[in-house]
Write a protein that binds this ligand. Structure first.
Ligand code: SF4
Length: 506
């Protein structure tokens, strides 16, 4: 199979950089329904520009290219070991080219392998079939939305929804809860892949496999088709909105399968997928590995443009922040303000925060903007360049953030999805803010980076190192201020009240 490795490299690159047409269509509908001028519509405008930029420049749509997960069908007699070898080589090559972020971390040592290869990565599922072609399907599902996957064991009691029993009404409550609990942390608007039944492990796998259905298909089972339509309707009336900012577009798809279960178990497994819904497929000629046809996309058709206007819709009311920030300026900011950052900021996520608990920072963080981001970086001609740099889910840093604010004088923490009560109290005490950047807008934000000024703690691996980035007009929204206000807490409360109404409406 002379072409196989090259074919797979092209396939992985397309998956990472070019959102499939059915997802573009669904995101177009989300843009249409959102109220103009709201924070959710601003977020969707940035997302739309980002999707176009990624396709135009063949850059990763989101910096988190996830755990590459392949489902491969082969005719009887095809050498699956050779295919697995070619997949691994193609994954390593895509990582070298910056199409995938190095995302494979040794769970015992914490060391990043640097090439996306390692124990059980990439994830490969093989199956034989009685067709003549090889079929390869790939999903790149990032950590933010993967962390919002959820499994329910019925009967159970759910926040705001009460008891959920072992029937489709109980399943309906679970699925509404799944959308509600994700809020902005899974980069809404999202999609649900669902499995009713099976066991814990297979239930999650079958739920993920539902994400390979196109968003516009109709479930052949009429009962499940009705439930899918009901969830789409109700979830989009919850008010979670893009990035959890509140709004009309919370869900772009709901795909449900049912599998037999043990008499003692009734699991509802949910794979929550973000708007950066990267999945593709190809049919290959087993003789030489060349592409017979693409699945989910028609390469001869023009790619649908997403952006309705050029770039970020500025109103003139944006506030320019030039680090180092002083306390008075930061205390004057309030929830809802849009800021444009000009100057130097530092990235720091899980490893940096854990390390700061016992070590001093390598730079003076007083007045700094600390950005929760694990970028895709490439070294070109001896210089580091940013290939993708959107925010990561901030709530993971909740155990550390208050101490980092108090000890080191950071004035602005930036990420996505918001943070908890301990951070909110520290923001108030120290005179600092939380800024919400738009999740997944990795190309959009990469273009605001004028220079990679330096890097510390490279031993943590590229995504976890502390990068010093000089940016121009990096746009974000104040969602937690120094006066004790949190947009996230407010939206969670409001949407919880809507859930309570849905507890009884069918
Ligand atoms: S869009 Fe958000 S949830 Fe999805 S992979 Fe990117 S950062 Fe993660």
């Amino acid at each position: 199979m002379t072409h196989l490795e090259d074919t797979l490299l092209e396939f992985i690159s397309q998956t990472s950089t070019n959102l499939p047409p059915d997802v573009r269509e669904a995101m177009g509908l989300a843009l249409d329904v959102e109220t103009p001028g709201t924070q959710a519509s601003q977020a969707l405008a940035i997302i739309a520009s980002n999707i176009d930029m990624a396709a135009d420049d063949s850059g990763p749509i989101c910096q988190d290219t996830g755990m590459p997960t392949f489902y491969i069908h082969t005719p009887v007699g095809v050498n699956q070991i050779a295919i697995a070898g070619a997949v691994r080589k193609a994954v390593a090559a895509a990582t070298r080219l910056g199409k995938l972020r190095p995302n494979s971390v040794d769970s015992l040592t914490g060391k990043n392998s640097g090439d996306n290869l390692g124990a059980e990565t990439p994830v490969l599922h093989f199956e034989q079939w009685e067709q003549d072609e090889i079929e390869v399907k790939l999903i790149l599902k990032g950590g933010g939305c993967e962390n919002k996957n959820i499994q329910y064991s019925l009967p159970c009691t759910l926040d705001h929804l009460g008891s959920a029993g072992r029937d489709l009404e109980g399943v309906r409550k679970c699925l509404l809860h799944a959308v509600w609990q994700a809020q902005g942390q899974g980069c809404a608007p999202g999609a649900l892949g669902v499995c009713i039944g099976s066991d814990r492990a297979q239930g999650y796998d079958l739920a993920k496999q539902q994400l390979f259905r196109t968003l516009d298909d109709v479930n052949p089972n009429p009962e499940l088709a009705r439930l899918e339509a009901l969830i789409m309707d109700e979830a989009n009336r919850l008010g979670v909105g893009a990035m959890g900012f509140g709004g009309k577009a919370s869900l772009i798809g709901c795909k449900i399968a049912a599998a037999n279960r043990l008499p003692a178990s009734f699991f509802v497994s949910v794979a929550y997928e973000c708007w950066a819904f990267r999945r593709l497929g190809v049919r290959l000629n087993p003789a030489d590995g060349s592409i017979v046809r693409w699945l989910y996309r028609d390469p001869s058709a023009p790619v649908k443009r997403m952006a309705r206007a050029e770039g970020f819709p500025l109103t003139g009311r944006e506030i320019v922040l030039t680090p180092k920030l002083d306390e008075a300026a930061v205390r004057s900011l309030k929830v809802g303000d849009v800021v444009l950052i000009r100057g130097e900021m530092f990235t720091g996520r899980d490893a940096v925060h854990a390390h700061l608990m016992h070590h001093d920072p390598p730079v003076d963080l007083r007045g700094a903007v600390l950005y929760h981001c694990g970028p895709v970086m490439l070294q070109e001609n001896g210089r580091w360049t940013v290939k993708a740099a959107g925010p990561t889910t901030s709530i993971r840093e909740e155990p550390y953030q208050a101490e980092v604010l108090r000890r080191f004088g950071v004035r602005a923490v930036m990420g996505k999805g918001g943070m908890g009560a301990r951070t909110l109290a520290a923001l108030q005490e120290c005179g600092a803010v939380y800024l919400n950047a738009i999740g997944g807008a990795a190309q959009f934000y990469a273009r605001t980076v004028e220079e990679v000024v330096g890097v510390n703690w490279m031993e943590f691996g590229i995504p976890e190192a502390m990068w010093h980035l000089r940016v121009r007009d990096f746009a974000a929204i104040v969602t937690m201020d120094a006066h004790g206000n949190s947009l996230h807490a407010g939206i969670e409360q409001e949407t919880g009240a809507v859930l309570e109404r849905f507890a009884t409406i069918k």
